[in-house]
Design a protein around this ligand. Structure first.
Ligand code: NAG
Ligand code: NAG
Ligand code: NAG
Length: 610
């Protein structure tokens, strides 16, 4: 993960460097920093590229990378396939070489289309004076933009800073709907910016729909975008979603059945077809995890091995599967860190007091966890995710007793949450701003920091995770119908409705989650990796008809993400294969700490800085 930055100025007006923003960038890439300025005088333009590198593989490649021809690249990405990067090579150098050999837009698009993995980049193409930039198909790396019309300056950056800079409210995420090209000479002549857009082909019939939903988002004020009439597009790295619906009831829908549980999964697996389907998913996911946990710089100290991989770990099925697959590919002597975050629960009130309070305030949501709990044995961090996390740890230990699993209990009190939110998290979440963005942003930030306790031989000691790679389970619910709204949609409008919902969610995942999570996790000098959004995993799941992935006529804890549950069962899991979904903001109890009345989609006032 790196912090990349590009400032394009169309006038020689001096600009003050935004120190706060550069500090945020530096935290993403602590291993090396570099700047490079270039431009043209007649007509005038100037471009400043700046990068902070987090070193992950090969030799450390300082950036910006400039080749012999004068092309310049800033790259925040990982190549996991598509372009050949040998283990000892750095992917930045490989991308730079590949782009150097391109003379036409279609060649550049074909390099970018071929790359498998997350990326955000900016590239100065010397021949013709073009500036290219954009994000991968899923938007797994953050890129923000902002245009200051007064002085004619465009800024691109991995992370911004709330409330500073020339136009503080104007940061937007660059839509992950394609890549953009600016003709710098033409822009300098005109004194204004036009982006030429090369969209990702998203598998619609006409170009407008294949351009994706993100285009409706405006480009920064003062700029304009044009589609290239030559019809050049980036080839989508995944196949389109299978939209077939079952022909008859027997093909897809088992009539609603009352009680089903782990034994039923076992029973389903006794069907050869289901068992094969589950084992195919295990194989493709396993490969996605392998690509993400191997060839990492070894983190050791003389005293012993340190983990180089951590998992955001709630004990739910998504994170259990990732942990178990990581276990297959990480050397046996290396620990794996399981990051489990909890926000302090209120101590239970004495019975009388609480009865009185509820009499007065009937609408107040009651806390099912602390209600009726014994104040003497009450443990303020035993939130739901902590409890399922411990149970999950037990299952992982049974699966592989040789492995050292560091179950990191990360406990957050309200005072620290408030402090860090103001200091850091509000800048990272920005420009997103809802209550949900705040809850998830904070929970993920503390989890990824990895500072807490581990219990070893009955002893509790402070522990800080050293892992630079953080695996997250995002994408499983969106593809395998894990959310309760999927059930609502299915009940109301059947398979067709469910398919529409899934398609819409996969399309909006860049703007809803991924940029934000990348900014939040990157702040620790760590890299978020998303195995469920590996191109091969998405293609595999997209090709399957929806009824293979989920069967929402089955009860909660079985029907959603049915295929993943079968896979988990097949991998040897017990109870964790049938846990119902619990969203992170509820499982970690961060939502409980805050205002009980607000809605997840409301603007979050806590994210405002003074
Ligand atoms: C990595 O990148 C640097 C700088 O571009 C280059 O000098 C070096 O040879 C590259 N290393 C490998 C192994 O490709
Ligand atoms: C579209 O791309 C072609 C080929 O690179 C180029 O010649 C043409 O000027 C572009 N069209 C627009 C509208 O920018
Ligand atoms: C969708 O799934 C159905 C049922 O398994 C299958 O027959 C069909 O070939 C699939 N379509 C695509 C485009 O993969």
């Amino acid at each position: 993960m790196c912090g990349i930055f590009c400032l394009l100025s169309l006038s020689p007006a001096r600009r003050v460097r935004d120190e706060a923003l550069h500090e945020h960038l530096r935290r993403r890439g602590p291993d090396s920093s570099g700047d490079l300025t270039f431009g043209g005088t007649n007509p005038y333009y100037q471009c400043l590229f700046s990068t902070h590198v987090l070193h992950m593989r090969g030799l450390l490649t300082p950036q910006p990378v400039q080749d012999n021809a004068g092309n310049v690249l800033v790259w925040n990405g990982e190549i996991f396939g598509g372009l050949t990067v040998r283990p000892e090579e750095n992917d930045t150098a490989v991308v730079s070489q590949r782009l150097s050999s391109c003379d036409s837009p279609s060649q550049i698009l074909s390099v970018l289309s071929a790359a498998r993995g997350p990326w955000g980049f900016a590239y100065y193409q010397k021949a013709g004076d073009y500036l290219w930039f954009g994000r991968d198909f899923f938007g797994r790396r953050s890129l923000l933009w902002n245009f200051d019309a007064e002085v004619g300056a465009l800024t691109l950056t991995s992370v911004a800073s709330r409330g500073s800079g020339p136009a503080p409210c104007a940061w937007q995420e660059v839509p992950a709907s394609g890549v953009y090209r600016i003709d710098l000479k033409a822009a300098a002549d005109a004194g204004s910016l036009t982006f030429e857009v090369y969209p990702w082909a998203r598998g619609g019939s006409d170009l407008a729909s294949s351009f994706g939903p993100a285009t409706s988002e405006p480009v920064p004020g003062g700029c304009s975008a044009v589609m290239n009439r030559s019809g050049l597009v980036l080839a989508a790295p995944v196949c389109p979603l299978n939209t077939s619906v079952p022909e008859s009831l027997s093909a897809g829908e088992v009539p609603p059945d009352s009680r089903r549980c782990a034994e039923d999964l076992q029973q389903l697996l006794s069907s050869k077809e289901k068992d094969d389907e589950a084992s195919r998913l295990v194989a493709v996911l396993s490969e996605a995890v392998r690509r993400r946990v191997q060839s990492l710089p070894c983190a050791f100290r003389p005293s012993g091995e340190l983990a180089s991989v951590a998992v955001l770990f709630s004990g739910g099925i998504d994170s259990m599967v990732l942990a178990a697959l990581a276990d297959r590919h990480i050397p046996a002597r290396q620990p794996i860190d399981l990051l489990n975050v909890a926000f302090r629960l209120q101590a239970p009130k004495k019975q009388k007091e609480s009865a009185k309070k509820h009499g007065k305030d009937k609408n107040k949501a009651t806390d099912s966890t602390t209600e009726g709990a014994d104040p003497r044995t009450f443990s303020p961090f035993d939130v739901p995710d902590r409890i399922t996390g411990r149970a999950g740890l037990k299952e992982l230990r049974e699966l592989n007793p040789e492995r050292r699993w560091n179950f990191v209990e990360i406990n957050v009190a309200k005072e620290e949450l408030q402090k860090i939110r103001q200091e850091r998290i509000c800048h990272l979440v920005h420009p997103l701003d809802t209550v949900l963005d705040d809850s998830i942003g904070c929970a993920v930030w503390f989890a990824a920091r990895g500072r807490g306790f581990v219990v070893e031989d009955g002893e509790r000691r402070p522990f800080t995770s050293s892992a630079k790679v953080v695996l997250t389970g995002i994408g499983a619910d969106e593809q395998l119908a894990g959310y309760s709204r999927h059930r609502v949609r299915f009940t109301k409008s059947g398979h067709e409705g469910l398919i529409q919902e899934l398609k819409m969610e996969l399309d909006r995942i860049p703007s809803r989650n991924l940029g934000r999570d990348d900014r939040v996790i990157g702040d620790h000098g760590k890299e978020a990796r998303f195995p469920y959004l590996d191109e091969d995993v998405v293609s595999h799941l997209n090709a399957l008809p929806v009824w293979e992935k989920a069967d929402l006529s089955l009860p909660r804890g079985v029907g959603e993400k049915l295929l993943l549950r079968l896979a988990a069962k097949r991998m040897g899991f017990g109870q964790s294969a049938v846990l119902p979904k619990r969203a992170m903001q509820f499982g970690s109890r961060i939502a409980k700490m805050e205002d009980h009345y607000e809605k997840a989609s409301d603007k979050c006032t806590r994210l405002l800085t003074d």
